[in-house]
Design a protein around this ligand. Structure first.
Ligand SMILES: CC(C)(COP(=O)(O)OP(=O)(O)OC[C@H]1O[C@@H](n2cnc3c(N)ncnc32)[C@H](O)[C@@H]1OP(=O)(O)O)[C@@H](O)C(=O)NCCC(=O)NCCS
Length: 244
């Protein structure tokens, strides 16, 4: 057994070191360092929560299994067309980058989505200057074998309700290419309104039309389950909100 003064304090813990004669003070866990990792939002059988490093291999394997048919591209940046192996690493790096660059000025919440205890995909919310704008953009994906069962609708309802009810949000935006009927159907069912059409290069040399969407609190169509939120106050503080 190593002495705590060696710097060892068990899994996920770290200790403020210094000279051997210093009094050692606990610094806590990685959740204390990045409270988004400790956020857990549950709605019936669906749970959105911070993705730990142990979750990432499962999520990355799901991405590699397939998110959409090869001839389609639902994402603005075509990250999902990377070759096998690379796609898994890119997916993990995307989540690590979001953690590494998290700040109250610009933050991304990319939560894992569990349905009946199984990791099925990811639900994101990206924003800049949130304390001023009180808006951000949702983005999500599910492993192909979990699509078409209503999970995509519930996870979007959950993140939007969370932003409005617990983060004092006043607006949530989204966008989907016009050839992505599932995403557009989810937005419509959740209450988003159309908000302009944008012309984008999707894959190299390919023009695609992107439908902008906006959701206001009064328009949100909520899911049938109440939200249960754990880890809220530390997360609120981490984005500069004062818990009430
Ligand atoms: C978009 C996505 C998250 C939606 O999740 P999901 O669980 O499949 O969605 P749901 O089952 O909750 O609802 C899908 C809706 O789309 C509708 N839909 C699906 N394909 C459709 C089609 N070809 N034409 C018309 N409607 C369609 C379904 O009928 C359903 O609506 P309904 O419940 O009123 O019948 C998921 O399909 C996905 O991950 N897609 C690939 C990645 C992606 O597109 N991400 C979004 C980028 S903007």
């Amino acid at each position: 057994m190593r002495d705590r003064r060696d710097g060892y304090a068990g899994e996920n813990s770290c200790w403020r070191g210094g000279r051997a004669s210093d009094t050692l003070a606990p610094m806590g866990t990685v959740v204390d360092l990045l409270p988004s990792l400790g956020l857990r939002i549950t709605a019936g059988p669906t749970e959105l929560r911070g993705l730990t490093d142990d979750d990432l291999p499962v999520l990355c394997a799901l991405a590699e299994e397939g998110i959409h048919p090869a001839d389609q591209m639902p994402f603005y940046f075509p990250w999902s067309q990377a070759p096998r192996g690379e796609l898994a690493r890119n997916t993990a790096q995307f989540h690590w980058r979001a953690r590494a660059t998290f700040s109250p000025r610009a933050w991304s919440l990319h939560l894992g989505v569990w349905h009946e205890g199984e990791l099925v995909g990811s639900q994101g919310f990206d924003t800049t200057n949130y304390l001023v704008t009180r808006t951000g953009e949702t983005g999500s994906w599910l492993g192909q074998r979990f699509q078409g069962r209503g999970i995509g609708t519930v996870m979007r309802q959950v993140i939007c309700a969370f932003v409005f009810d617990h983060l004092e949000g006043v607006e949530v935006t989204s966008a989907a290419f016009v050839d992505n009927p599932a995403s557009l159907a989810v937005s419509r069912k959740v209450g988003y309104r159309e908000n302009g059409m944008m012309r984008r290069q999707r894959r190299e040399g390919e023009l695609a039309l992107l439908q902008g969407l906006v959701l206001r609190p009064d328009d949100l169509v909520r899911c049938e389950y109440p939200l249960e939120v754990h880890g809220l106050e530390p997360f609120q503080r981490s984005i500069g909100l004062e818990p009430r």
